[in-house]
Design a protein around this ligand. Sequence first.
Ligand code: GLN
Length: 242
Amino acid sequence: MSDTSLRVVWVYPDLLSTYGDQGNVLVVERRAQQRGLNVQRVDVRSDQPVPTSGDIYLIGGGEDRPQRLAAERLRRDGGLSRAASNGAIIFSVCAGYQILGQEFINDLGQREPGLGLLDVVSTRGEAERCVGDVLADIDENLRLPQLTGFENHQGITHLGPTARPFARVRLGKGNGTGDGTEGAWNDTVFGTYMHGPVLARNPQIADLLVKLALDVNALPPVDDRWYEELRAERIAAATAAP
Ligand code: GLN
């Protein structure tokens, strides 16, 4: 695959990168390089245009005010939406997930339009924040191992008819609507509430993004021991009696 190049775009690290979500771009980059791919990583600050020619876009979580600013700038810029209509693969976390939806409630308590790339609407939960470890079973169509991560969000997310639940929680709140769903996806756009960073805890999701971007069914195996140790340790901690 050495002639194949992959353009990975990390969107707004200055506004959206809580809980080490930047680790997601490092994991995608590393796992693609381990397969001999030539990776071009582009970090796009919020005062820069989002390039439309990326293969994979990653967008992280954020506090409420930076989340509103990011949504305003992404709407104004239009680059991420154009990339999505070109078929780019987009993976989003928490605030990033809410921004990709139809709308969310911003830090001023107002309805803020999202980019409408995922058919979800986020509101503010009445109850306390959803905080803690999560274990969930990922949509079986994606053939991925159990999802591990942690969540910390006030928003709750309702799925519309064209968004499929990314996973179903065994432990934790996920979308927080009480229906047991966590995250959402359509064929090219993914959203999750999981931090961790989630792709370090679930490297097969990073591989899925690379496969979708390259339109291949499989990638050569790589050494997963370090990831497996991390997963085992976090799953044990999450399931340990309080
Ligand atoms: N501000 C959003 C919420 O609380 C997202 C939080 C986050 O990204 N961790 O719902």
